[in-house]
Design a protein around this ligand. Structure first.
Ligand SMILES: C[S@@+](CC[C@H](N)C(=O)[O-])C[C@H]1O[C@@H](n2cnc3c(N)ncnc32)[C@H](O)[C@@H]1O
Length: 289
């Protein structure tokens, strides 16, 4: 396959791999992973010969990519904001469109007295909650990360260990939505953030690789994709402090329905925010003071 000879440089192997997988960036990520280098280190390796072990590792990754497995699972890691997260089929691959939700949370808590009490419900890899801990001033936030999937929580815990000292504010809970939070914390959250499943079960726009490889509990939410957002909007008012914010990610075509769900659940100041592609992607609402 990519590594026929033991006398090939990384530059040549990257080029061969590009021809096989049809994407220069994907080929580069795979070569970096096989070489054990980060992107900067890989530049210095380009003229070095590839070891037999690295070549075999690359071959097995290329085979998986050609079989249709997402490259993020093949590499076992993926970037989200400033984090390099462990990802595997136990968790959704964190998406770039989710990154902006973190900014909305940071903006809401900025200027308010710390410590900020935040919940990231359906945390998956921990992408949102751990970004908050990493980016807010050290020690200024307690972030509760919960999931229905104990497998996902294992991944989130591993990722928390990877961020070092900021993880001091990390808390984990297992259960369906707010059932993963300790009862005594009702009424005390400044923010509840969630990227819940929001795809309708029969949505034909979903790529085969998503449907085949990513966990269905992370993707699908009833016949209209809104089952979980309805549950969350009804549960969360009991958990927020007065003026607290609930913000969710949603499908780009769900903004009107989600706004109605928020208003019906008693949230005020309901607002829709767009993602980087300028599609409506997040709805935020506030508990009346
Ligand atoms: C779309 S994924 C989001 C993962 C991660 N927050 C992110 O943004 O990459 C949805 C997550 O919600 C979790 N989930 C699904 N149903 C749930 C429920 N009833 N209670 C708690 N978590 C749930 C899934 O296991 C999955 O980790």
């Amino acid at each position: 396959m990519a590594n026929a000879s033991g006398h090939i440089t990384w530059r040549e192997l990257w080029s061969n791999t590009t021809e096989i997988v049809g994407d220069r960036s994907v080929a580069r990520w795979l070569c970096e992973t096989a070489s054990g280098c980060n992107s900067t280190e890989f530049n210095a390796e380009l003229s070095e010969l590839v070891s037999a072990r690295s070549g075999l590792h690359l071959d097995s990754m290329v085979r998986r990519v050609l079989d249709g497995e997402p490259v993020q699972y093949v590499m076992g890691r993926w970037g989200f904001r400033h984090l390099d997260l462990v990802v595997d089929p136990r968790v959704l691959i964190p998406r770039p469109e989710t990154e902006l939700i973190v900014d909305h949370v940071i903006r809401h808590v900025a200027g308010r007295p710390a410590p900020h009490v935040i919940a990231d419900l359906g945390t998956g890899s921990g992408a949102i909650g751990l970004s908050l801990l990493q980016e807010l001033p050290l020690g200024s936030a307690e972030v509760w990360m919960t999931d229905l999937s104990s497998d996902a929580l294992d991944v989130a815990r591993a990722n928390a260990a990877g961020i070092g000292r900021p993880a001091v504010g990390a808390r984990f809970g297992h259960g369906s939505w707010c059932a993963g939070l300790p009862n005594e914390m009702r009424g005390s959250f400044d923010v509840v953030v969630s990227n819940p499943p929001y795809i309708a079960v029969d949505d034909s726009e979903i790529d085969d690789s998503v449907r085949l490889y990513e966990p269905h509990t992370a993707l699908f939410s009833g016949s209209d994709g809104l089952r979980d957002i309805r549950v969350l909007a009804n549960e969360i008012p009991k958990w927020l402090s007065p003026g607290g914010m609930f913000i969710v990610e949603m499908g780009y075509n769900q903004s009107e329905q989600v706004r109605d769900i928020f208003v019906d659940a008693g949230f005020v100041g309901v607002v829709t925010h767009s993602d980087l592609a300028e599609k409506p992607r997040f709805t935020a609402g506030f508990l009346p003071r």
